[in-house]
Write a protein that binds this ligand. Structure first.
Ligand code: NAP
Length: 521
């Protein structure tokens, strides 16, 4: 069996002690083992701060952008191999695997492109200068500068490539070295990516380290100039946020957690219209893609009461046509869940929701004798207000239809019962109705995706996270923000107001028009 090592302190280190096993979730065959026992976590962080950080900052923004482009190209050259590993260890169909791998290389390339408009050095002006006194002699300018610490990235199992590289793109461009820790059950892809990155020799020593297995006591050694970006369940996120070392040092923490994303159909959307087609296709896609293990997947489908039977019939028919099985088989549409634990949690979650709903299709009956499979499941809530639909995230191929009266206020109120989310999608051809819902839900979401006939055929699906716009969300979603163009760098930069004589402040730190310099937020 393959043993996956960690890349720390400039070398590959195999963990000591009992290893954790990684499986093929379609066959339950063990594929690899890993562990971080014996890794000196304090030394890992010191190495990043003392070697990686200074080397990265010596490059300045623009050359760091060139570095990202090189990394994107090096990984793209290994695309087929990475897709195969993702199918084997992640339970991903080829399409699901491409979603993760291409999303990762695309995000690196996107940030490489943004870097071309940044200054050469490490100082990024934030907005225009400000007159502070009676005369313009006394002047202020906000700037962003890289934090001289280390960025620790702890990722969820569902996007081993994209989750790691979207965080890394922002941190490295900002000038912070990274320590990457993927979710263990699907770490094979992340580990191979780490190998490719190290073999590329593009990264200055110490700027990239990789932990394959448990984080151990890593967080105990974090300090005031470090940053933690976490993606995973809200329970783990809450534990990490309260970690004594992070609290003591006011270490920057960004949490990306659960989300009960909604899709809202307005009563004005006619059957057979392009908007209606997009609604059905996107809801079905979110149940199918990555077997529903997508943080942005729709979990709650708000449908006007009079349209419920029609929507249930259409979605059940579409989901019933999907083939569930081994993702290595080209005919398969829905692969297995990532682990035995995920299977147990999803089955328990569906059973819990079923106490308050009728099943339109799918359910928890086992499929075959091996593998962590669940049928695409559509539930119809008996009472849309039942707490369970707004509080329990079933992280699998399952969504619930919540009948409502069609009013924008009712739609917004139901959406907001989720307590804060990453994204919700709203379908209507009535701009006033659409505007009312968007305004109602915007305080509770990181992103609102709207669709009307005028946009049909021109937009990506709501579940796709684009690096141009914010990813994150308030409340239950973790209260974090990632990506959003240059805003994604803010976790890794310190904003400082510089005050003094205008000639010095504006001349040295103000935006140079020729550089098109711009601030993260
Ligand atoms: P998880 O169990 O919370 O684990 C997430 C990460 O935290 C893993 O790398 C895990 O390591 C690590 N971890 C667990 N306990 C830790 C501790 N005490 N100290 C340091 N690290 C610790 O979540 P998951 O099962 O991997 O992912 C599924 C969840 O993630 C879902 O709820 C989903 O909604 C959410 N998610 C959110 C987003 C988003 O962007 N908001 C994206 C994807 C997924 P091990 O794997 O080694 O245990």
């Amino acid at each position: 069996m393959q043993t996956l090592s960690s890349y720390v302190l400039g070398r590959w280190q195999t963990g000591s002690g009992a290893p954790t096993l990684l499986y093929n979730p379609a066959t339950e065959e063990p594929l690899a083992q890993c562990g971080t026992g014996g890794v000196d976590m304090a030394a890992v962080l010191r190495h990043a701060r003392e070697q990686g950080g200074p080397a990265l900052r010596a490059l300045g923004f623009r050359r760091r952008g060139e570095l990202l482009l090189g990394l994107s190209q090096a990984l793209h050259a290994k695309r087929e191999e990475l897709i195969e590993l993702s199918v084997a260890n992640g339970g991903n169909t080829r399409g699901d695997a491409k979603f993760d791998i291409d999303g990762a290389t695309g995000t690196l390339a996107y940030y490489a492109g943004l870097a071309k408009a940044l200054p050469e050095g490490n100082v990024l002006p934030d907005g225009a200068g400000i007159q502070l006194g009676r005369t313009a002699r006394y002047w202020g300018q906000h700037v962003h500068v890289p934090r001289p610490g280390v960025a620790v990235h702890i990722n969820a199992f569902n996007f081993p490539a994209w989750g790691m590289l979207e965080k890394m793109a922002c941190a490295l461009l900002a000038g912070m070295p990274v320590v990457e820790k993927p979710g263990t059950p699907s770490a094979l892809v992340a580990w191979r990516i780490a190998e490719v990155l190290v073999e590329s020799k593009l990264l200055p020593e110490g700027s990239y380290q990789f932990l394959c297995g448990s984080a151990g006591d890593l967080l105990d050694h974090m300090g005031p100039q470090d940053a933690l970006a976490f993606t995973g369940s809200s329970a783990t996120g809450a534990r990490l946020r309260g970690h004594p070392a992070l609290v003591r040092h006011n270490t920057r923490v960004n949490i990306e957690a659960d989300s009960l994303n909604a899709a809202v159909l307005a009563a004005d959307v006619e059957s057979g219209s392009e908007t209606y087609g997009a609604f059905l296709a996107n809801v079905a896609l979110d149940i199918q893609q990555k077997a529903g293990q997508k943080c942005t997947a729709t979990r709650r489908v708000l449908v006007p009461k009079a349209r419920v039977d029609e929507v249930v019939a259409e979605l059940s028919a579409a989901l019933g046509r999907l083939v569930v099985g081994d993702p290595a088989d080209a005919k398969t549409n829905v692969g297995p869940l990532a682990s035995a634990e995920a299977l147990r949690d999803v089955r328990a979650g569906i059973e819990r929701l079923q106490h308050y709903a009728r099943a339109a299709c799918g359910g928890v009956e086992p499929i075959g004798s091996r593998g962590y499979f669940v049928r695409p499941t559509l539930l119809v809530a008996v009472d849309a207000n039942a707490k369970v639909f707004h509080e329990h995230e079933v992280f699998g191929p399952c969504a619930s239809i919540l009948p409502y009266d069609g009013a924008p206020e009712a739609a917004a109120a139901l959406c907001n019962r989720g307590g804060g989310g990453l994204v919700s999608s709203v379908y209507s051809n009535d701009p006033r109705w659409l505007g009312a819902v968007v305004e109602g839900v915007a305080p509770w979401l990181g992103r609102v995706w709207t669709m009307s006939d005028k946009l049909a055929g021109h937009a990506t699906a709501p579940g796709l996270v684009l690096p141009h716009t914010n990813h994150g969300g308030p409340g239950r979603a973790g209260g974090g923000e990632e990506l959003g163009g240059l805003r994604g760098l803010s976790l890794y930069l310190n904003r400082c107001a510089i005050q003094g004589f205008q000639g010095f402040v504006a001349g040295t730190f103000g935006a140079k028009v020729s550089e098109g310099a711009t601030a993260p937020a």
